[in-house]
Design a protein around this ligand. Structure first.
Ligand code: Q0N
Length: 331
């Protein structure tokens, strides 16, 4: 298998994604904008702080980190071989939109997303960073994923079918898959050693994070979800559930990581909402349909996507951004 290994340069200022061990330089360009699809970042003079399926985080100094959202996409738990044009920009710019929308409710870890305001050491990478990165304050992270659900889906639906409860919260009987819950519920999770999230009860959360902090995070998470989900509903997007991460900085408790993006949430198109079954995903439906069609066994390596699937998926991400923000994605 060839490995994607980030940015090289052909002409000055024309960044390209390059495949390691491949003698050719390959341009992955999204036709309309002539912007490269970023599959991996590579900033040799920066220390990688953490790397997820989609985001690469670099250490800038003791106080600051650089978040970079690539165009990678995961489906059925694996990162696919094909990137989605504009996806990293959508994730970053949507998070920025929500941080601003929520600033009256909660502080956040963002310092700036204006590359010109980044430290001098990062200016060299301005072309790669523009529109898809964020300079953030390093935080003491709370080791709990703060999940809020307004609808019953995914692992919560599985748990409910087995026990009638989710994370120790008793739910009314007779709920169908994807039904709206009587009110949003807080269902915390931890990163298990396997890398998978493991739902825990609120009592377990208290054991790990303390009562006062846990209650604060729960109440804050529900408030944030409610404000965002009500807003999104007016714009035709159901935010079925979402995951928040919090940290402590000099500002106190702050909302960190990415927020209310299609990668950290389930977005459903409201006009197609039909409870009683799993819902179509706003963003990944073409990808999932394609992977089912080619009957991928869901073992690595994950397949590449046809150009048309990648393009239509890109349009869905950009549409989500447009619908939620009422603005165009910045280049
Ligand atoms: C941090 N994560 C988990 C990559 C991101 N402000 C911060 N300060 C210190 N550490 C972190 C943050 C933030 N946000 C958070 N890793 C480091 C989020 N991962 C998930 C997978 O993708």
């Amino acid at each position: 298998m060839l490995n994607f290994c980030g940015f090289g340069r052909v002409d000055k200022n024309v960044p390209v994604a390059r495949i390691r061990d491949c003698p050719f330089t390959i341009n992955f360009m999204s036709a309309e904008t002539i912007q490269p699809v970023v599959l991996q970042t590579d900033f040799p003079d920066l220390e990688v702080w953490a790397s997820g399926k989609v985001r690469d985080i670099y250490r800038v100094d003791n106080e600051r980190l650089l978040f970079v959202a690539t165009d990678r996409i995961s489906a059925f738990d694996y990162v696919l071989a094909t990137g989605i044009p504009e996806k990293g920009k959508v994730l970053t710019q949507l998070s920025i939109f929500w941080f601003d929308f929520l600033k009256n409710v909660v502080e956040n870890h963002m310092i700036t997303a204006e590359v010109k305001q980044y430290p001098p050491a990062l200016q060299h990478y301005s072309a790669e960073l523009r529109g898809r990165s964020m300079l953030v304050t390093r935080a003491e992270m709370v080791p709990i994923e703060c999940v809020v659900r307004g609808y019953i889906s995914g692992s919560a639906w599985k748990e409910y079918q087995q026990s009638g409860s989710v994370c120790g919260i008793k739910l009314p009987s007779g709920l169908r898959e994807s039904d709206k819950l009587p009110e949003p519920i807080f269902t915390p999770a931890t990163k298990a050693a396997s890398g998978h999230d493991e739902n825990i009860s609120f009592a377990d959360m208290i054991k790990r994070a303390g009562r006062e902090e846990s209650e604060r995070l729960r109440d804050l998470s529900i408030r944030i979800y409610t404000q965002a989900a009500n807003y999104a509903a007016e714009r035709g997007i159901i935010i079925a559930d979402t995951k928040f991460e919090f940290g402590h900085t000099a500002k106190g408790l702050v909302l960190a990581d990415e927020v209310l993006t299609p990668d950290s949430s389930r977005f459903w198109p409201a006009d197609r909402y039909t409870p009683g079954k799993a819902q179509e995903s706003f963003d990944k439906q073409y990808v999932r349909d394609y992977l089912e069609k080619v009957r991928w066994n869901k073992q690595p390596p994950a397949p590449a996507l046809p150009e048309e699937i990648a393009r239509k998926t890109s349009e869905k991400y950009v549409e989500a951004y447009r619908r939620l923000t009422g603005a165009e994605l910045k280049p």
